[in-house]
Design a protein around this ligand. Sequence first.
Ligand code: SF4
Ligand code: SF4
Ligand code: SF4
Length: 366
Amino acid sequence: MNPTPSTPTPSTASSASGKPKLALYWAASCGGCEIAVLAINEKILDVAAAFDIVFWPCVMDGKVRDIERMPDGGIDVCLFNGGIRTSEQEYMAQLLRRKSKVLVAFGSCAHEGCIPGLANLSSREEIFQAVYGNGQSTENPQELRPQVQTHTPEGEILLPYFYDTLRTLDQTVPVDYYLPGCPPEAENIWKAIEAIVSGKLPPRGTVLGPTTTVCDECPRKRSEKKIQQFKRTWQTVPDEETCLLEQGLVCCGIATRAGCGALCPRVNSPCIGCHGPNVDVPDFGARMMTALSSVLDANTPEEIERILTEGIPDPVGVFYRFSLAASLLRRSRLRKKEVGPGGNGGNGANQPTGSPAVEKASAARR
Ligand code: SF4
Ligand code: SF4
Ligand code: SF4
């Protein structure tokens, strides 16, 4: 899942000004990770003082061709948020990988696919039907769909190709570090930046965060867990001191990497797992299912079935809310007719990378 990165160790003084160069990019994301960078408040001035920010499309004008003209490894650090859904995002991931000494998968979308990755339960056509079909808020009697190439009298209009499968950043290019969270908390972003500036980075491939679980940071009282019924959050007002899981709420703190200070349980809300799995857990959902199985107070398969179906009507949404794209499941099976020309449900592209249309569309966006 995490290909071995092949880039050299970062130099922190590579520009003419003597400052290291920083790039930030967003792919298939909600924009929350960009806002999270600004949540470090006035420390953003320290970031600006420590780095030459060479590329940050959300905040400042910049041209992809300027990045293309840089030497390989010319960017010291790239904070990349968002998963890879389109040919343009794939191109940018490859370009920024090549140009960056250190590539950080920033936030849950880049790390594990996050909420956009839940669309891996559907095919490209099903997603287009939901978005562009005749839904409750859409009127599209001609059933028009976005095209990669559209010929008009004025010229050719090109759009990036939308893949069947959302991929995580490290399913697309080698990644050096991961900063978990949806979005990462400001103090953790700052700690990561400090580590980069001081050159005190852990071994490549590391998730920048503790190796304990949210339970270890949670102040709630715990005793033996015996669950006879799971409740949805709207069905109960939990007491503020006892473990939420013991009160029947599905709290993912038992499987989730620490680092947020148990933010959600502290405000009486169960952890939903945004920091991803703890160290050495390859599949978050499988870990959660194992953990919950061990606390069910049931003696027959029928009782277990009742507890699970009544209390967890949306197992994928509960167990793989953030990690479906990175999980062993990765996506629902694509039927043959759903896979486009050159289709490949495995790598997520239903039009081969490098096809003339995709290349043209990528070039046109530069
Ligand atoms: S990780 Fe969360 S906050 Fe960041 S882009 Fe994805 S959905 Fe938005
Ligand atoms: S409330 Fe959640 S995070 Fe806190 S101890 Fe219980 S399971 Fe762990
Ligand atoms: S408690 Fe869980 S869901 Fe909430 S911020 Fe922490 S890791 Fe994310």
